[in-house]
Design a protein around this ligand. Structure first.
Ligand SMILES: C[S@@+](CC[C@H](N)C(=O)[O-])C[C@H]1O[C@@H](n2cnc3c(N)ncnc32)[C@H](O)[C@@H]1O
Length: 257
């Protein structure tokens, strides 16, 4: 079941931060939102890629490990998409823990809800990752995860700061994002990566040959990861999938790592 940002989840418990009743039930970004339209149309194809692309499962396992979760913890995944990370996070927090997936696109959330329907500790909610629909007065979020999201946000550094505030000092943030690689097969991989970026960046209503798209993505990704470094002690900084995915995990409030 997909829940709107203003509805509470029947799978939530007192341990889970309540969905903020002051949060908008619809995303605050301008509608029709390019990402929502794009992922709404391509939800099933994206799900296949998100599950089966070479190396992507290792990324998801590494992301879950980097959260440093314990049984009973609460973890929020922002921009959770079709839910490919949610099972890995669910395993880490166990039956007493909670996993909350947030995404702006109803169609991907429906797939995420279906994928996790047998996981009692997982709930999904529609909302904008830059204004997470969660009650920040409850200090119960142990970790925030965002994979392949920050490159789509207009101000990724501000978003990371918002997430740091959400978890508070001692909380963990984990980011994973695609970027160019310096792997030995970089010429081939980077060409494929650039083509993938052009084809998969919303809106795709026109054929673009804009090299700046990759530069813009990389700037956003590095800005977000640098902000996380600034606001935390980096506990993990690693490359995956032949160097194409950068993973950074940090503990908030302990800068300088
Ligand atoms: C590339 S997909 C990544 C999905 C998932 N994190 C994964 O690793 O497969 C990006 C997702 O971010 C969502 N998204 C984009 N902008 C968003 C926003 N401002 N708030 C919440 N979700 C957003 C899209 O709907 C899409 O599901």
């Amino acid at each position: 079941m997909v829940r709107s940002g203003s509805e509470s989840s029947d799978r939530q418990t007192a341990r889970v931060p309540a969905v903020d009743s002051s949060a908008p039930s619809r995303p605050t970004t301008t509608e029709p939102h390019a990402a929502t339209k794009f992922y709404g149309r391509w939800a099933r194809l994206y799900d296949l890629l998100a599950t089966w692309l070479p190396g992507v499962r290792d990324v998801r396992r590494s992301v879950a490990a980097a959260c440093g979760l314990s049984a009973g913890d609460t973890v929020v995944e922002l921009g959770c998409g079709t839910g490919s990370n949610l099972g890995y996070l669910s395993e880490r927090v166990g039956d007493e823990g909670r996993v909350i997936g947030v995404d702006i696109t109803p169609e991907v959330l429906a797939l995420a809800a279906d994928r996790t329907k047998d996981l009692e500790n997982v709930s999904v909610v529609r909302g904008d990752a830059t204004r997470p629909p969660l009650d920040t007065t409850e200090p119960d979020i142990d970790a925030v995860v965002a994979t392949f999201l920050v490159g789509m946000l207009p101000d990724p550094a501000a978003a990371v700061s918002t997430w740091c505030d959400l978890v508070g000092p001692g909380g963990r943030i984990v980011l994973a994002n695609a970027t160019t690689t310096d792997h030995w097969s970089a010429p081939l991989l980077n060409r494929a990566f650039r083509a993938f970026v052009v084809c998969s960046t919303p809106p795709t209503t026109q054929v673009r040959y804009d090299g700046n798209l990759v530069a813009q993505l990389e700037t956003r990704v590095s800005t977000a990861h640098e902000r996380l470094h600034d606001e935390s002690r980096a506990t993990v900084d690693s490359r995956h999938a032949m160097g194409l995915v950068r993973l950074t995990g940090g503990i908030v409030g302990e800068p300088g790592g």
